[in-house]
Write a protein that binds this ligand. Sequence first.
Ligand SMILES: [Fe+2]
Length: 485
Amino acid sequence: MTRLRSSFRRNALPGGALLLALAGCAHAPGGASTAPSAAPGAAAPQPLAADAPAWVELGPAPLVRAILPDGEACPPLSVDDRPQPMARRVGTGTPARRPSSTKAADFPVQVCEATLAPDVRAVRLGGRALPVPAAEPRRIVVLGDTGCRIKGDFTQDCASPDSWPFAQVARTAAALQPDVVIHVGDYHYRETPCPAGHAGCADSPWGYGWDAWSADFFVPARPLLAAAPWIFVRGNHEECARAGQGWFRFLAPEPWTPRRSCDAPADDGEADYTPPYAVPLGATTQLVVFDSAHAGYRKPDLSTPAGAALHAHYVADVRAMDALASPGRRSWFASHHPVLGFAPDDSPGATRPYPGTAALLQAMNEVNGEVYFPPGMQLALHGHVHLFQALSFLDGHPATLVAGNGGDVLDAPLPAPLPPGTTPAPGVRLGDTAFSNGFGFLLMERADDAGRWTVTAFRRDGSELTHCALSADGQLACVPHGALP
Ligand SMILES: [Fe+2]
């Protein structure tokens, strides 16, 4: 198998000479850039190579980003037919290895970025047209947990679409022409060398550097990155001890800083948590994005400094979420780890699935009691569990959608039917459910302007698994429902 590292083949575009004059890119030595114009002696901006990743991202503000080889100036950016400067977000680097890896993460690429106005109408980067934010998004793709598993002896066949279908999922979702894509986290899975005798991952890049990021995410995601602006939720695979360095370089919407880079383990206590932020999804709905990367599997032990610090971070973030969920605006919630969702327990004799993520439930309970969420929360989106789940509740809790079935190894199915009384959290009563352990993704479509949406769960090939109606008050009903093939 050919090594998948991007070559950034340079395409000579007609009119390139004119584009060269449009904008510059700062090249401050090492790390993030603050100057928006070309530094003296910097290379002249050039058209964007056809295989260079470039996308529009929705965070606290919309952004345009591109990944370029070392030494190149940022490509010329045109916004609504006017030149706009880009800045270098972060340069190349090979930070010292993380304790969890046997080699340093090599990033022989730089990242350029620029902030966009929310009402931008046209973006061209290096001659390439990029998607722009929709004022009223009507079609939203949700997917997650997409990389190819290589960890110890637990591997996928990364070269086989049957084993690792993320590229197929991305193509299928792109063909639906979404207005927004929400990735619910876990982009990077190629953590350790492909073991001897595992032909399916032989020659794959591995570790936390650019080559593995490119193969796991940027190459297969290309058609979907070109289709719509993205919202990136951080997964536990992107915590500092794992692929956090790439997360902050490439995807995190916050500014890259040395302290918020995961480069120095001494800063992990800060960099493993980033505050929630809200992204408008039209005039009356917003998505509150919550970083749960470090939530772990167990309830934190508050008698230990580490457990107390983790809990304090999440309590503060829940309070910030509550402040963002302003009255008069419908909110959706997105965190990688499920709050009111299930994880299968396939241990011998187990009859019920695991409930929601203990660390999040503990913090949300402390702030909001057994309501867990602030008023006005209609829907919660998650990944982490490699299944599709659509869950509705009887006492006003927001509906839950889990879309962790985007490409990585699937989890065991949930028990069917779910035993009576099964609940993801104290004080929560389960209503209608639909779930499956096949690969796929979700498409949400605005049904009206009063808060009703439809949710279609697609299989990897674009066939429909189930179709659900989401009411304005967060009730979800799917046809067919229950355990789905
Ligand atoms: Fe995860």
